[in-house]
Design a protein around this ligand. Structure first.
Ligand code: MRU
Length: 353
């Protein structure tokens, strides 16, 4: 288990949400306590908590905080307001909507005359179950994915997909951690992940704690690293996977997938079923979050572009399924990746997204 807690509920129904403030890593390990839904929304928007599964878990607990303020005037309407507020924070990671819908089903299953304390109790139970299931999904992803990694391989990853991005050990990083635990020797190349440096600040930090050798590279160095034959496999996470396997992930992922194809290197995605959106036939329908231009022109508070220059700052891109060798989920590996193999993978499963 990680020596830190990314998202943690403290106390009972009158408790609060404790988040590891990821904006301060890697230099400061500071926990931030959220006692209102506004504070949770702000934490999600500012990436204090980030990574698709962790956002979903935080939102579920955020709803419990919201319901602490319920005055019983119109409980259902009040509940929906909280869902809408949380749902608007970040548009791409579908785990957020998935968690809110699940909380909504738990809310709807309560008897009409349920008292507000019992209702909060049920919602807290559901949020805890979402967190616990995420932990289990991470462990299963690690187990299934480790078989893909050979001893002595160099592996490239993009953004952060570890314990900081989930309630458990992560997705792509869980695969690497599981392979390392099996005694396989790995060397990870971590893309720094412009503009917010999740790779440099978070992945390099986590891998060092796990004792897995890591070399940090600028995003623009990936092609050179591949040409030098330093990596034999790429594995990344996902924020939303459409029904045909097209995968939205941190901006820059699509470029890495194209580079991997050009160099004959297999490109894998690791994600729990809560990251699949089977309502979308393909990746072109995935909403892409646009973030503040200042993240590019004034990164970490220092101006690095001329005043007034136009900036484009999409936070995610979509990798077409044809470039993906396999998707590792808690249920196994989907591959080759296309609409039919995704459909078959989820057919008859209780964790159908
Ligand atoms: O903007 P972020 O940091 O929330 O983006 C995170 C990613 O793109 C991750 O790769 C993805 O959420 C998978 S996390 C297990």
């Amino acid at each position: 288990m990680a020596p830190f807690r990314t998202v943690e509920w403290v106390g009972g129904t009158d408790g609060f949400l404790r988040l590891l403030d990821q904006t301060l890593l890697p230099t400061q390990v500071v926990y931030r306590d959220c006692r209102s839904v506004d504070e949770v929304c702000e934490a999600i928007r500012t990436l204090c908590v980030r990574g698709a599964p962790a956002i979903g878990v935080a939102a579920a607990f955020g709803l419990v905080l919201h319901m602490q303020q319920d005055d019983r005037a119109s409980t259902e309407r009040f509940f929906r307001l909280g869902c809408d507020q949380l749902g608007r924070t970040r548009p791409t990671a579908v785990n957020l909507r998935w968690a809110l819908e699940r909380m909504g089903r738990r809310f709807a299953s309560a008897p009409a005359n349920v008292d507000s304390e019992e209702l909060r109790n049920r919602l807290l139970e559901e949020a805890r179950a979402i967190a616990e299931e995420d932990r289990q999904m991470c462990a299963a992803i690690g187990r299934h994915g480790a078989a893909l990694i050979a001893d002595g391989q160099g592996v490239l990853t993009h953004c952060n997909t570890g314990a900081l991005a989930t309630a458990g050990t992560g997705t792509a990083l869980a695969v690497l951690a599981a392979a390392a635990e099996q005694g396989k020797r790995l060397h990870v190349y971590a893309d720094e992940t412009r503009p917010l440096l999740q790779g440099a600040r978070l992945t390099a930090w986590e891998l060092r704690q796990l004792g897995i050798p890591v070399t940090l590279i600028c995003d623009s160095m990936a092609a050179q690293v591949m040409q030098e034959k330093r990596v034999q496999l790429v594995i990344v996470g996902a924020d939303r996977i459409a029904a045909n396997g097209d995968t939205a992930n941190k901006i820059g992922t699509y470029g890495v997938a194209l580079l991997a194809r050009a160099h004959g290197i297999p490109f894998y995605v690791a994600a729990p079923s809560s990251t699949f959106d089977l309502t979308l036939p393909g990746g072109e329908q995935i909403p892409i979050e646009q973030r503040d231009p200042r993240e590019v022109s004034h990164g970490f508070g220092r101006q690095t572009a001329p005043d007034g220059v136009e900036v484009y700052n999409p936070a995610f891109d979509v990798t077409p399924h044809e470039l993906i060798a396999g998707i590792v989920t808690e249920g196994g590996v989907i591959g080759p990746v296309h609409a039919e193999s995704v459909r078959r993978h989820f057919q008859g499963r209780s964790s159908h997204p």
